[in-house]
Design a protein around this ligand. Structure first.
Ligand code: HEM
Length: 137
């Protein structure tokens, strides 16, 4: 009986830790964010559908800003020093077809990182909410 009570406490403890874990934690924290951002940018600059958008961009800077943006957006302990999404994308002329291409590249980067489908969807839902600020023609 005592063993049963102990096991119950352990499981309850595990469940509460899991419930309190942010998306940031579940995605693998800062190093995972950096790999996801880096692969997303690598795939996108090599993607004929959207490569042109990145022609004038400082790629290492973009990777660094995306890492911090993803970290902050998922509840991690980061400060994002970049521009807001509307300001960052207003000169680029992004259409739905470009947005969808980037999301595809992001899904690939998330799968590379071994992130499960449900967690991927949670993350993508956060970014989908920014669609209106990013797509501007
Ligand atoms: C929800 C989707 C997106 C998110 C969360 C996102 C996020 C970001 C962030 C955090 C930055 C850095 C901001 C800064 O420079 O201050 C950035 C810049 C940039 N984004 Fe996005 N982005 C998204 C969609 C797209 C799409 C669809 C494209 C093009 C196909 C794109 C192309 C770019 C480019 C080219 C820059 C760099 C601009 C420059 O060099 O000044 N982004 N994005």
């Amino acid at each position: 009986m005592r063993v049963f009570a102990l096991l119950l406490m352990i499981f309850a403890g595990m469940a509460s830790v899991q419930a309190g874990e942010s998306l940031y934690d579940r995605m693998g924290q800062k190093e995972a964010m950096a790999r996801i951002a880096s692969r997303l940018v690598d795939y996108s600059v090599a993607d004929p559908r959207i490569e042109e958008a990145f022609a004038q961009t400082n790629i290492p800077r973009l990777k660094g800003l995306l890492t911090l943006f993803f970290c902050k957006t998922t509840g991690g302990p980061c400060t994002y020093p970049g521009r807001d999404m509307a300001a960052a994308h207003k000169e680029i002329g992004i259409r739905d077809v470009h947005f969808n291409a980037l999301v595809e590249n992001l899904q690939r980067a998330l799968s590379d990182e071994g992130i499960g489908f449900a967690t991927q969807n949670e993350f993508l839902a956060l970014l989908a909410a920014m669609h209106g600020d990013v797509v501007n023609r």
